[in-house]
Design a protein. Structure first.
Length: 263
């Protein structure tokens, strides 16, 4: 508790004989000495009372800075510590606010860039018109410009589901979730993913926190066996031709090739 110079001086003036000002100033030893001195000398000469008057004069004439330095040092240190704690807390708060402002600014810039993506706009229009192939082509170009656009990956997943290409649909849905798509309840009811939800892989996908279960990579048969299988070779050549003509994307080519190799 912070001490008052005026209170200490008044106690010394009127109660100095019993050392009241010493007790007040956290000096109980001197206070007891003043009280004993009064009891021993009060009949002859009030020495303790005179000492109290002298202490009162000293306190009245003492500067406030010197009084605080002598008697309020602990309070000042506690105040300094409290000020330091408040300062650190304020700095943390300011840092957190600055991080939030930076994140908000980044999100605004990202959203603006995504909305201005021309392929996204054209893809949305084609998707509404049920031009799935056209919408898919535009969305694929859109994610090249804004790869962090979770909505684009979600739309691509929906289109692949409508085209009954479950693996590609699941891959893009996983990408959308990795980019920040969190509306998991919507995934359970959206019509475009109805085909995907009836596939056996869907249940394991959901149980695995909407992450694909890694499967062992298929071992390709020796080249000699491929040459002996004319039908398989013809099918592979057909896939390559479709890819070279732009009718199959690289993802679709890999998917169809993998299906052929598993037969």
């Amino acid at each position: 508790m912070e001490k008052s110079k005026l209170t200490a001086a008044l106690l010394a003036l009127f109660g100095g004989a019993f050392g009241l000002h010493k007790f007040y100033l956290n000096d109980p030893g001197s206070g007891i000495f003043y009280a004993i001195l009064t009891l021993m000398t009060s009949k002859f000469f009030p020495i303790a009372a005179m000492l109290g008057v002298l202490d009162a004069i000293r306190l009245f004439t003492m500067s406030s800075a010197k009084f605080d330095s002598k008697y309020n040092k602990n309070s000042r240190q506690r105040g300094s510590r409290n000020t330091k704690v408040r300062s650190n807390r304020d700095r943390r708060t300011n840092r957190d606010m600055e991080m939030q402002r930076s994140k908000y600014k980044y999100d605004r810039v990202t959203q603006k860039k995504q909305r201005s993506n021309p392929f996204r706009k054209s893809g949305d229009q084609k998707f509404k018109e049920y031009d799935l192939e056209g919408a898919l082509a535009d969305y694929e170009k859109a994610v090249e410009i804004t790869p962090a656009d979770k909505e684009m990956h979600f739309n691509i997943a929906c289109i692949y589901s409508l085209l009954e290409k479950k693996d590609l649909s699941l891959q893009n849905l996983e990408l959308a979730i990795q980019k920040g798509y969190k509306n998991f309840e919507h995934l359970k009811v959206v019509d475009e993913l109805a085909y995907l939800r009836i596939q056996p892989e869907w249940e394991s996908f959901v149980k695995n926190n909407y992450t694909l279960v890694k499967r062992a990579k298929a071992v390709e048969p020796p080249e000699g066996d491929l040459l002996q299988n004319d039908v398989l070779l013809a099918q592979l050549n057909k896939l390559k031709e479709l890819r070279s003509r732009g009718m199959l994307s690289e993802k679709e080519f890999s998917y169809e090739k993998e299906k052929l190799m598993r037969r």
